[in-house]
Design a protein around this ligand. Structure first.
Ligand code: KG4
Ligand code: ZN
Length: 364
């Protein structure tokens, strides 16, 4: 099946053509980065206007790169939730128009669930069988979301843990700003931390655990700890001086932050796997996605789960970590195969649709 997908949930206008849910024939992403840079954040009204201008050229480009005409497309998929409502509406309206005029099936896809799927792209036949994949543990670490999911099948996902404050990418971006690193913060902080001379134990930063059994995440304590390290803490006894940001201290602080942030994620994944085992639930795969899965240290540590926990790890290729439409097409095809369809009544919805719990028990 050839699926044409659109993704416009935030500040990226994307279209892709994907065959059989895994073979990416094209994936075009038009970033609006320059338009929002002067505001240091995404301005929703500017984002939706830019989507209107970009959506048709991006679809055209995706078809051209895939070497196919509209007549060859079997179905249309669109990221219709969650996201900025004005941005989502542009993609949904374009997808409805295409599906209606081509008389092809239309499917709305949850953007966060599509990040969980993204590690399946370009892996060929490997892991296509549902029996090999599920039950799976899903992890999404991005600028807007940080959560773990129990994935029973592509149509059945439950959230088992989520951040109680900042998303991991958000913490990376804020710490990068505190350290006066240029935008984009996350990748620049990663680069600095990956310098071979960086000492990741130079600063003793806290790894969030919450309670002894919690599967939730928290990054605000770590972020505040970096702030106090930089600013210093006043006080006659036990106070600390502000940190002079030299190239060496910057590298060490970045590496120490990265170590603590990644440890917080691997710790919760391990907890989720162990808690599941106590209930005789063995996860077969770890499905990872979201912008922060581009992080060099996190990728290395996630891949170690293959050997240490005996499960298959599906990490997206670098180009599918960030927002893209290929992941929407891939999951869209799985939903279509399961018989799901959306009609012209498909709505854009700003909120996530993956429900919370049940936590492991009975969730097989
Ligand atoms: O998935 P995404 O494109 O957008 C959301 O859905 O949020 O993720 C963007 C986030 C940003 O916070 C960015 O700083 C972070 O992913 N990111 C990274 C790296 N590359 C992107 N964070 C840490 N290390 C990286 N290499
Ligand atoms: Zn995303």
């Amino acid at each position: 099946m050839l699926v044409l997908a659109l993704e416009t949930s935030c500040d990226e206008t994307a279209a892709a053509v994907v065959r059989d849910g895994v073979e990416v024939l094209s994936s075009v992403v038009a970033s609006q980065y320059d338009l929002h840079a002067e505001y240091a954040g995404v301005v929703p009204e500017i984002a939706s206007r830019a989507h209107v201008e970009a959506v048709l050229p991006v679809v055209r480009e995706a078809l051209e790169q895939a070497g196919c005409g509209l007549g060859m497309i079997d179905a249309i998929a669109v990221g219709n939730r969650p996201g900025l409502i004005g941005s989502l509406l542009v993609g949904v309206a374009a997808a409805k128009s295409l599906a209606w005029s081509l008389r092809k099936p239309l499917i709305g896809v949850d953007h966060v669930a599509a990040h969980v799927y993204s590690g399946m792209l370009e892996r060929g036949a490997e892991g296509k069988s549902e029996q090999e994949l599920f039950p799976a543990l899903g992890l999404v670490v991005s600028g807007g979301h940080t959560a773990m999911y129990h994935v029973a099948s592509w149509t059945q996902m439950h959230r088992i843990g989520t951040t109680i404050d900042d998303a991991m990418g958000e913490a990376y971006d804020k710490v990068a700003t505190m350290m006066q690193l240029p935008h984009p913060g996350g990748p620049n902080l990663d680069r600095l931390a990956s310098d071979p001379s960086a000492n990741d134990k130079a600063f003793d930063l806290p790894v969030s655990r919450l309670s002894t059994t919690s599967l939730d995440f928290s990054f605000s304590g770590l972020k505040t700890s970096v702030l106090y390290t930089l600013r210093g803490v006043p006080g006659e006894r036990g106070g600390t001086a502000p940190l002079a940001l030299t190239p060496a201290t910057s590298r060490d602080l970045a590496a120490s932050f990265q170590r603590a942030a990644c440890k917080a994620v691997t710790l919760k994944l391990t907890r989720a796997i162990e808690q599941a085992r106590e209930r005789d639930l063995i996860y077969r795969t770890l499905l990872c996605g979201g912008g922060v899965t581009a992080n060099s240290r996190l990728r290395r540590e996630l891949l170690c789960f293959e050997a240490s926990h005996k499960l298959g790890v599906r990490l997206p290729p670098m180009r599918y970590c960030m927002d893209n439409a290929a992941m929407i097409a891939g999951l869209g095809e799985q939903l279509l195969r399961s018989g799901q369809r959306d009609g012209m009544a498909l709505q854009a919805t700003p909120t996530i649709s993956i429900p919370a719990g049940p936590v492991h028990a009975g969730a097989r």
